[in-house]
Design a protein around this ligand. Structure first.
Ligand SMILES: [Cu+2]
Length: 434
């Protein structure tokens, strides 16, 4: 059961009023086995409508939690039973898909175990990253209203790796598993253990640059899907993306840092394998953060995850209107959304063409696509992909899960400012009345 309700939660030294599942931040870890059923009863104790979206899962569209598309939002006092099969193992998460609720505390990890797990490791940790403002500088809805009242963007939030301005606002806190750097999460282990970290970016407006002090990492999965392991020092994770990596831990107390890219702040946790070692400081400089960074071109899908060649291609142009507060897909806003029509069984190429001045983590519901990088046809299977300003990127989608699916920017502010379209099967049917 997931009770969505107002709650006071501790984010380290500070307690804030927010909305959360079962009063916990993140929400409870939900575990499933690939091919098995997930059952969760949402009970809405909020003063607003809500839904749960199961991010990255190729599920029955009626369980997708997309309000107005696949279900009516659940009214205050109501409930909804989510029951679906999780077909693919991997690292996923769930979150509200109503308005700005995902920038409150309404998210949690969803881990789908592989009954034939090919990776050998000694233990695993889940790392949920978030940017936090709720109850500190007002609510996310108030932050959105402030943004909409101005045409300017904050030019001080910049990163070369993201091609310019990185986001809409500066969140006062950045969290690992609901905890700020002033009272960090500690992952306790033993020297020599091989550990799998599952990293989930549940933030609204922040990409993170992740590194573990004193260690190189082998990235093994993105967005749930395995890829040939890649040794790197750091990786950039956009909102909605997930990465899994393996490390053989040394002896000591090591900083696990997630820099809020371009924002001069960080989320911080400690990996401890020794009682005696002094805790690292949360502002420690990590050389790993500036060394070898993962690129999409490094990631190679397994042979069995390669999609067939697409039979046609469509272009989706990402744009920004002069207001600076309206983000478009093929020049349309969410109120009159772009719709990509597909037929069951075909594979199409979507050419993402970013003509807007900011990067966007684009997320497709109900499917995983194959990213076709310059490195060749074996690009990773993903459900969320970052596209930089002035970049064009090809993603191939096999239409094998009928329904009406959201395709949108996972910057929650951009999503609410119009950057939301659909991918639908066959002729358009009328949208649900709200
Ligand atoms: Cu965006």
């Amino acid at each position: 059961m997931l009770r969505a309700r107002p709650a006071k939660v501790s984010i380290g030294k500070r307690t804030v009023s927010t909305w959360a599942y079962d009063g916990r931040l993140p929400g409870p870890r939900i575990e499933a086995t690939a091919g098995g059923l997930v059952r969760a009863r949402l009970v809405n104790e909020l003063p607003a409508d809500t839904t749960v979206h199961w991010h990255g899962i190729r599920l029955d569209h009626r369980m997708d939690g997309a309000p107005g598309y696949t279900q009516q939002a659940v009214r205050p006092g109501g409930m909804f039973d989510y029951v679906f099969t999780a077909p693919d193992p991997g690292t996923y998460f769930y979150h509200s898909h109503v308005g700005m609720q995902n920038d409150r505390g309404l998210y949690g990890p969803l881990i789908v175990a592989d009954p034939h797990e090919p990776l050998g490791y000694d233990e695993e940790f889940t790392v949920v990253l978030d940017d936090w403002l709720d109850g500190v500088i007002g609510t996310p809805d108030e932050a959105l209203r402030r943004l909409n009242a101005s045409t300017a963007h904050d030019d001080t939030l910049r990163s070369t790796a993201l091609g310019g301005v990185v986001g809409e606002l500066r969140h006062p806190y950045h969290l690992v598993n609901g905890r700020a750097a002033d009272a960090p999460e500690v992952f306790a282990s033993k020297p020599g253990r091989l550990v799998r970290f599952r990293v989930i970016n549940a933030a609204a407006d922040t990409a993170f640059r992740v590194a573990l002090g004193g260690h190189r990492m082998a990235v093994t999965h993105t967005d749930g899907f395995p890829c040939a392991p890649v040794a790197v020092d750091t990786f950039l994770i956009g909102m909605g993306e997930r990465y899994d990596f393996l490390v053989r831990l040394g002896e000591g107390a090591f900083p696990l840092v997630a820099e809020a890219e371009g924002k001069g702040a960080r989320a911080f946790a400690i990996v401890r394998t020794s009682h005696r070692a002094a805790a690292p400081s949360s502002d420690v400089r990590l050389r790993e953060l500036t060394q070898r960074m993962l690129r999409y071109a490094d990631l190679k899908a397994r042979r069995q995850d390669l999609l067939p060649r697409p039979s046609r291609s469509v272009t989706v142009t990402l744009g920004m209107r002069p207001s600076g507060n309206e983000w478009t897909l093929n020049d349309r806003l969410a109120a009159d959304p772009m719709r990509l029509r597909v037929e069951r069984g075909e594979t199409i190429r979507i050419v993402l063409d970013n003509q807007s001045p900011m990067w966007h983590p684009m997320h497709l519901h109900g499917h995983t696509f194959q990213v076709r990088t310059s490195a060749g046809p074996q690009g990773p299977r993903k459900d969320t992909v970052n596209i930089l300003p002035r970049e064009r990127l090809n993603i191939d989608v096999r239409a094998d899960n009928p329904g009406e699916w959201m395709f949108h920017c996972h910057n929650l502010y951009h999503q609410e400012q119009g950057m939301m379209g659909t991918l639908g099967y066959g002729p358009e049917t009328h949208r649900m009345k709200h």
